[in-house]
Write a protein that binds this ligand. Structure first.
Ligand SMILES: *Cc1c(COP(=O)(O)O)cnc(C)c1O
Length: 431
């Protein structure tokens, strides 16, 4: 696999390989990456681009990180994989120990899985089994907010935004759950009790049927890059407790420092009953996710029955070793000033995009910068423009957004922001 990427590789790819949410006859240009280092992707055409996406939130320490590489090489020489049924190993125990240390105090039990979507499936099953074990068999529904994204498997899809998600492709197959309007109290808005009223009413009406409320705390990610008030989240927690409903936090995108706190729920000072993490868990090196829960939840289920899930590659040792190495790096705490610095630069640099008529709003939180346009981009036109400016950005809909690796330098980050401005100016300039 050390041979260069050729035009026949591109042809083969176009004909035979699906990419995320793509057709096999897509007219959006595809780029091949030969290697990557730090915040830079080296493309097969010789260009280098600065990665604004952290490979979808995950590559927080940058590519080809010596310490990460070493941890994986060391683990490969011991064992890459062993089943988790009836067996255990040091990398799994060490990763679970660190996760329990890092997450809110009440998170005490870890379920490892392969991807974020599966972690959400596990969270849903956990919530349902919890109520069954308590003899409350009527509690089988989820209540969530519109505008969410929870993954691509049936359980996850069924709670994704009902209009812009995938519901209409799979009507009749997806379980039906309950939705309430997305939190209208944005990040930075002063909270008033009226904001929580729609949620409160739904919860009151439905609490007998609802196993859990599931929410992406503070940042709705792939459903619209929308930031909402910590006070709102706090009220959600209080109301769940009041009505005897479990609270699930999906921190798959927000976890591990991205919003400026280790976990987004810390902005609100609350703790969920069940929590999903993924994406940056292994520093972007391997596919892994986890569902954590309180001792009360795991004890309640375990007193009656097994937790009914068990992936073949559960707690894969190589993957766990990547997780341990990534959490070791995070544990040193540099991420805190790195993310704060990214936030400051994104605020300053992206605000120049407001000069462009096409731009509706610029919003920044922690290491996330969003330029919302007044109309959706045309991917076949805009995608190739970013590498021309030496940056890698992948917009969706009206959103041009970045969440760069934490290790990005000030200079590279400014270059990234300027690249976005130049592309938008060239494509949608005011004159
Ligand atoms: C990405 C994401 C998922 C799904 O994770 P995969 O690893 O892609 O399956 C679920 N929830 C949130 C909030 C996400 O950002």
């Amino acid at each position: 696999m050390n041979t260069p990427f050729t035009s026949s590789d591109f042809e083969f790819d176009a004909r035979h390989i699906w990419h995320p949410y793509s057709t096999t006859n897509s007219n959006v240009e595809l780029f091949a990456v030969e290697s990557a280092e730090g915040v830079r992707l080296k493309l097969s055409d010789g260009r280098e681009v600065i990665d604004g996406m952290s490979s979808w939130w995950s590559m927080v320490h940058g590519y080809n990180h010596p310490e990460m590489n070493k941890a994986l090489k060391d683990q490969i020489d011991r064992m890459s994989h062993v089943m988790f049924g009836g067996l255990t190993h040091k990398p799994a125990v060490e990763l679970a120990r660190r996760l329990i240390d890092l997450t809110p105090d009440s998170m005490q039990t870890v379920f490892f899985s392969d991807s974020g979507s599966v972690a959400v499936e596990v969270a849903i099953k956990m919530a349902m089994q919890y109520w069954q074990c308590r003899g409350e068999t009527g509690k089988t529904k989820m209540l969530t907010f519109k505008g969410g994204y929870y993954g691509d498997t049936t359980g996850g899809m069924s709670i994704c935004d009902p209009e812009n998600g995938m519901h209409h492709h799979f009507t009749g197959i997806l379980p039906e759950h309950y939705f309430v309007e997305r939190p209208a109290c944005k990040w930075g808005d002063e909270f008033e009790e009226a904001y929580i009223e729609p949620f409160k009413q739904q919860l009151e009406a439905l609490s007998g049927q609802v196993a859990a409320v599931i929410v992406e705390p503070i940042v709705q990610g792939a459903g619209g890059m929308y930031f909402f008030s910590p006070e709102f989240l706090k009220r959600v927690k209080e109301l769940c407790d009041e009505h005897g409903v479990l609270l699930i936090h999906d921190e798959i995108a927000t976890g591990f420092g991205r919003t400026g706190k280790m976990f987004a729920c810390e902005h609100a000072g609350i703790e969920p009953d069940i929590m999903c993490v993924g994406k940056a868990l292994t520093g972007g090196y391997m596919s892994m996710a986890a569902t954590l829960c309180t001792a009360h939840v795991s004890d309640t289920i375990s007193a009656k029955e097994p937790m009914m899930h068990g992936p073949t590659f559960m707690a894969n040792p190589l993957t766990c070793a990547a997780g341990v190495a990534s959490l070791e790096i995070l544990g040193r705490g540099d991420w805190q000033h790195q993310v704060a610095n990214i936030e400051e630069i994104l605020q300053d640099q992206l605000s120049t995009c407001l000069e462009l008529d096409i731009v509706q709003e610029v919003r920044v939180l922690g290491g996330i910068g969003v330029v919302e346009l007044k109309e959706p981009v045309v991917m076949s036109e805009i995608q190739s423009e970013f590498p021309k400016e030496g940056v890698w950005v992948r917009p969706f809909g009206k959103l041009v957004y970045v969440m760069p690796p934490y290790v990005i330098s000030d200079e590279d980050l400014k270059f990234l922001c300027q690249g976005i401005y130049k592309v938008l100016d060239r494509m949608y300039g005011n004159n």
